[in-house]
Every structure is written in C-alpha cells, then in structure tokens.
Design a protein around this ligand. Structure first.
Ligand SMILES: [Zn+2]
Length: 217
C-alpha cells in the first residue's frame, strides 16, 4: 500500500517500443509527446511492486533498514544496515550499544522477511514471550556490545537460530544468514532505489524492449 514512508508508487507502461517507468501515468509520452489516451488498453500501466514495507505492520518478522537515514534517500549499497525482529504487535526488538531496544517507530521503510512458517500458530502464541525472555538474557546487556562481533546481527541471528531449533531445523551460521536473509533483499532494494532515483531526477526512466538490460524489478 502507498504510504509516504515507502515512497511514491512506481508504474511502468509501454510506448515508442520502450518500457517507460514513472511516478504516475503522464498526460503524454515523455519520448514522442503523443497524448496517452485511455483507449490504449494494451499499454495499460502496471504498478511496480515496492520492496519496502512498514516494519511496524509486520509481525514475527526479520527487518532490515539503514543504520542512518532511509533506503530511498540515503542508502548507497554499502551503507551500514541495522536489523531487528518484530513481535506480534510490530514492536521492533533490536540490539545496539544501549542494550536491547523496543522500537515503536523508526522502521517505517524496511525490508521484511517473515520468520514464521504458515501453520506455526503454537509458536506465534509464544513468540512475544520468547522474544522477551531472549532479550532479557545477559548476553545482550549494553556493555557486552561490540560493533564488529557482538552487534544487532548477533542478536537477531541468535534469536532466529532459537526459533529454527524450536522448529527442529538446522542452525544458520553468519554467512548462511547473510546469503539467505540479507543479500536477496538488498539486491532487489538496490535495483528499485536506482530506478526510483533516476525517475526523481529525470521524471521518467526507459528501457529498450530489445535491450540487454531488460531487468529492472
Ligand atoms: Zn512515445
């Protein structure tokens, strides 16, 4: 759904044998200036799915966002990311130098990965209790925090591994976690951000149908 935090909605339509991306259907084609009549049903615009969601509306999920700023404005593909886990009310539990935080705001533009398999309702009932007890453990006291080795990733991955163990599944190590939960999301986000910023700058973005780079999201 459209929300200010998630940015303006993106659409794609076809004209001049090209795919044209913009923030809404313009009155005329930005390339040939021909008026875009409503009769051109074959060229009906499609909306491009936005990879960002309001993390406070996601329950029992893993969330990612830039440590500073937002994805659409500040993220450069290398920026530090901060991660956390939501409870069943969208409160984001995350670990930093001040200890475990319970954020009710600040994660409005996040990448989210649901952590509960469908049908795990028993686990969902106990989720908040698990997260609360896990967060109260001494490992996550503020003085234990180390930026490189005992950080928001350590906290989140350890919690996810507790959930996987409860489900009878194998633990993930740090690189498996990054490959499975982080890289696929940031890759999609980076493509979307590139497209979004190009449209912000030029008003539209086009891709040649015959072009080799037919791959924006
Ligand atoms: Zn045109």
């Amino acid at each position: 759904m459209y929300s200010m935090e998630a940015g303006k909605p993106l659409i794609k339509f076809n004209h001049c044998k090209r795919s044209i991306y913009s923030f809404g259907v313009p009155g005329c084609c930005p390339l040939c200036r021909e008026a875009l009549g409503s009769a051109e049903l074959a060229n009906a615009p499609v909306s491009i799915s936005n990879p960002f969601t309001n993390g406070h509306q996601e329950k029992c999920s893993f969330l990612l966002r830039p440590t500073q700023g937002t994805f659409l404005r500040e993220y450069d593909g290398k920026s530090d990311l901060h991660v956390g886990v939501t409870n069943t009310n969208g409160v984001v539990y995350n670990y930093n130098g001040l200890g475990v935080q319970q954020d009710k705001t600040g994660w409005e533009q996040s990448l989210a990965v649901p952590l509960l398999q469908p049908g795990m309702l028993g686990l969902q009932d106990q989720w908040d209790r698990y997260l609360e007890d896990f967060s109260a453990c001494g490992a996550w006291l503020p003085h234990r925090y180390e930026e490189d080795h005992h950080n928001c990733y350590s906290y989140t991955l350890t919690f996810i591994n507790c959930i996987l163990a409860t489900e009878g599944k194998e633990k993930l190590d740090k690189s498996e976690f990054t490959e499975k939960y982080v890289v696929p999301r940031t890759r999609v986000a980076s493509k979307y951000i590139t497209l979004y910023r190009a449209i912000e700058e030029h008003g539209f973005y086009t891709v040649d149908h015959a072009g080799p780079e037919a791959g924006p999201p």
